[in-house]
Ligand binder design. Structure first.
Ligand SMILES: Cc1ncc(COP(=O)(O)O)c(C=O)c1O
Length: 449
């Protein structure tokens, strides 16, 4: 794995980042400013991270952390990858932003590459995942509109199906198709026409689908919801019903796409394609960039003026994204993701045999959830104190999203650290029923309240 280890080549970037990094004393005033002036949208740890190198990040005291969170699936090439740093430096000096009224050197070539990877035809670039979801929802409503629908009135075909336990982002449209009540209810009334289908429940899907549905949207593998893959049976039925009813099948691959599973896209394990795919997170290796990919026929429902963005698809972000996709190919990272993912799972299964509070290991490639029977937050906290970054989602699922270039030695280091953590962190009594490879339904959650 020497080839994939960026230790040597990342040196110059790491050195210059260190020079500019705040000292520990400065960190106090940074935290003071943050506490006083930032909106209270996050429960942040009182740590100032200053730089990273490969699969490690460093805080203002110089403490080193093994990063198995990867900026929540963004830092797929870790930190300071020399090819990414080189492109950003080069392009920053050429043109950071131009305008979507003109072409730039990278938007077209990046769209071509994404089309090749996905098997789809056309691309729109956004700045974030939620913005890509917004565009995909608008596309679905446009596609569903017929000449019989009066301009300015809702189309007959307006319903959007999403899944229970879904997460699609924080903007109004995205939060309207996000099932988790604490994220959506405070903002009611939301975008109308959305219904939630029970996760992987084909009968529920069939009962809700008719020709008034313009789209079914779901994550191929639910991320925030706790790493739950949609089943092949569900995918196939959703595909067939979408085709029969001229609705769009929209795959949200913002977290699970672009290599994370060891395939270019998570849906590529199925025998059919979606009509629309949305990606973001790792696309520009840490710079903000999202994309909507779709077929020629769906793309033809858009015409100039119906959708747009100021920043999306700028030259700096697109050049970096193109380099990211090339690095995945050149460094054979899909193979690494599959190999390291298999080692990780094997090691976690061995831990599950030792620690009864581990209920289930889920996921694919380097997108893994460890369902435990007690609250995960103290474990995440302890891990951080020991120099390991992981995350907990939906209270009971430890989530691992390490960079694609993680080495065998780093996987071993992670497993050793996790085992130590499991030994030393007291586990509270079981908090709920054993996992059943499916998230609890809305009805079950309501009954538990
Ligand atoms: C599956 C999925 N969709 C959409 C989003 C929203 O993306 P963003 O935070 O870039 O708006 C996320 C973010 O976590 C996500 O995981």
């Amino acid at each position: 794995m020497g080839k994939l280890d960026t230790k040597k080549s990342a040196k110059p970037a790491a050195r210059s980042a260190k020079k500019a990094s705040p000292r520990a004393s400065n960190a106090k005033s940074i935290l003071r400013d943050a506490n006083q002036f930032l909106m209270p949208t996050y429960k942040r740890q009182p740590i100032v991270f200053t730089h990273g190198r490969g699969c490690y990040v460093y805080d203002s005291r110089g403490k080193k952390y093994l990063d198995f969170l990867g900026g929540i699936a963004v830092n797929a090439l870790g930190h300071g990858h020399p090819r990414i740093v080189k492109v950003i430096r080069r392009e920053a000096a050429r043109a950071i932003h131009l305008s979507n009224l003109f072409h730039n050197s990278y938007q077209g070539p990046l769209a071509r590459k994404l089309a090749q990877w996905s098997g789809l035809d056309r691309v729109f670039f956004s700045n974030s995942g939620a913005e890509a979801i917004e565009g995909a929802l608008k596309l679905a409503r446009l596609y569903g509109r017929t000449p019989a629908d009066a301009a300015g009135s809702p189309a007959r075909k307006y319903r959007i199906l999403a899944l229970e336990n879904s997460f699609h982002g924080r903007t109004f449209g995205a939060v309207s198709v996000t099932a988790t009540e604490k994220y959506r209810l405070p903002f009611a009334p939301l975008v109308p026409g959305v219904e939630f289908v029970r996760f992987n429940d084909v009968a529920d899907l069939e009962s809700r689908f008719d020709d008034t549905v313009c789209a079914i949207l779901f994550e191929t593998i639910q991320g925030e919801g706790g790493i739950y893959p949609v089943s092949e049976e569900f995918w196939d039925r959703a595909r067939a019903l979408a085709t029969k009813n001229s609705a769009l099948l929209i795959a949200d691959e913002i977290q699970c796409g672009l290599g994370r599973t060891g395939r270019y896209f998570a849906y590529q394990k199925f025998s059919s394609k979606p009509d629309v795919v949305v990606v973001a997170k790792p696309l520009a290796a840490g710079l903000p960039l999202g994309a909507i990919l779709t077929s020629e026929s769906v793309a033809q429902s858009v015409s100039p003026g119906l959708h747009g963005t100021t920043f999306g698809g700028g030259p700096l972000a697109c050049a970096t994204a193109l380099e990211f996709l090339n690095v995945i190919e050149d460094e054979k990272l899909l193979e690494n993701i599959r190999a390291r993912g298999a080692e990780l799972r094997e090691g976690l299964c061995a831990l599950a045999a030792k620690f009864p509070f581990i209920r289930e290991i889920r996921g694919e490639g380097l997108m893994i959830g460890i369902e435990i029977s007690s609250d995960g937050a103290p474990l995440v906290q302890q891990a951080m104190l020991k120099g390991l970054l992981i995350n907990c989602t939906h209270d009971f699922t430890l989530r691992l999203l390490p960079p694609f270039l993680v080495t065998r030695a780093q996987v071993r280091q992670f497993l050793r650290m996790l085992e130590k953590l499991f030994v030393t962190t007291p586990q509270k009594a079981a908090a709920r029923e054993p996992a059943k490879s499916a998230p609890p339904s809305h009805a079950a959650l309501a009954a538990a309240r």
